[in-house]
Design a protein around this ligand. Structure first.
Ligand SMILES: [Zn+2]
Ligand SMILES: [Zn+2]
Ligand SMILES: [Zn+2]
Length: 279
């Protein structure tokens, strides 16, 4: 079984363009220089899932015609990766079942049928699950009551490997100054790894990433940063991992897509919003 990966966003936490910035990147007319906050969409013959729910997730789903999501995988609970989580409720409804109801019953307001949403699994580190309960205290597997429209989510600890939409998923622990992980996704033939936020990856995790077909790795800018990879550090990790192909993500406004291309060796490219990769 093959699978598809799509970038929903490739920008750093403030997005590109940044609010109130008139630099050449923020004012570029190249659509590849519009970088929403980081997220991704993975689909197989058996379904589809989101990696993170950034603030512009809804807009990205509408732009790319995404109308099917069966699960969510979270990397961490920084707000640029989870602020769009509430919009998952639309997919609970889309996946739900229509049932008849008495038009005179309380809350029916004359309707003869209504949709019972289908709960969805959200896989995350235990620390991320705790944070999600703090940020979104109203979210549960049951959703809302009395007409309140809330996401129906079953949080699942991602510490052990799991299968979602027929794909095998393993968590990769990374250093980001905050509990954070990446993922290795495989259909048994091809492997894609996604690490959107880190400043370091330990040797044991590098070993697990070695030789992946596609590696998506964060690279904020050329200069060093305390919690993100600089270009030199990202290239150093990519050399060790030696993927067949690599894409950079979580980029700031220092370079246009075209400028990034001139800085990267063959086989490594900047990602851009909407870019799709078939594995
Ligand atoms: Zn981030
Ligand atoms: Zn700018
Ligand atoms: Zn982060």
């Amino acid at each position: 079984m093959s699978f598809k990966f799509r970038f929903l966003g490739t920008g750093t936490s403030v997005g590109v363009p940044q609010i109130g910035c008139s630099c050449p990147v923020c004012t570029s007319s190249d659509p590849r220089d519009k970088r929403r906050r980081c997220g991704a969409y993975v689909s197989s013959d058996e379904g589809a899932f989101l990696i993170d729910t950034p603030p512009e997730m809804r807009e990205a789903c509408i732009q790319y015609g995404i109308d099917k999501v069966d699960a969510v995988l979270l990397t961490h609970a920084h707000i640029d990766h989870v602020a769009g989580f509430d919009d998952v409720r639309r997919f609970n409804t889309i996946n739900g079942t229509r049932v008849d109801c008495d038009p005179d019953s309380p809350g029916a307001f004359g309707r003869v049928s209504r949709i019972i949403g289908k709960p969805m699994n959200c896989y995350a580190l235990p620390e991320t699950i705790d944070a999600m309960h703090r940020i979104f205290p109203y979210i549960s597997a049951k959703g809302g009551t009395n007409g309140l429209y809330r996401p129906q989510i079953e949080f699942v600890d991602n510490s052990k490997p799991f299968v979602v939409c027929g794909l095998m998923v393993e968590t990769v622990r990374v250093e980001h100054g905050f509990p954070c992980c990446g993922y290795i996704i495989s259909d048994g033939l091809k492997r894609l790894a996604y690490i959107s936020d880190c400043h370091d990856i330990c040797e044991a995790e590098i070993e697990r990433l070695k030789g992946v077909d596609v590696m998506v790795l964060n690279c904020l800018r050329e200069r060093e940063h305390a919690t993100h990879l600089s270009l030199a550090r990202a290239l150093c990790f990519l050399e060790k991992i030696s993927p067949k192909k690599a894409y950079l993500t979580h980029m700031c406004h220092d370079f246009t897509h075209t400028q990034w291309l001139t800085k990267l060796p063959i086989g490594i490219e900047p990602g851009y919003d909407g870019l799709e990769e078939l594995l």
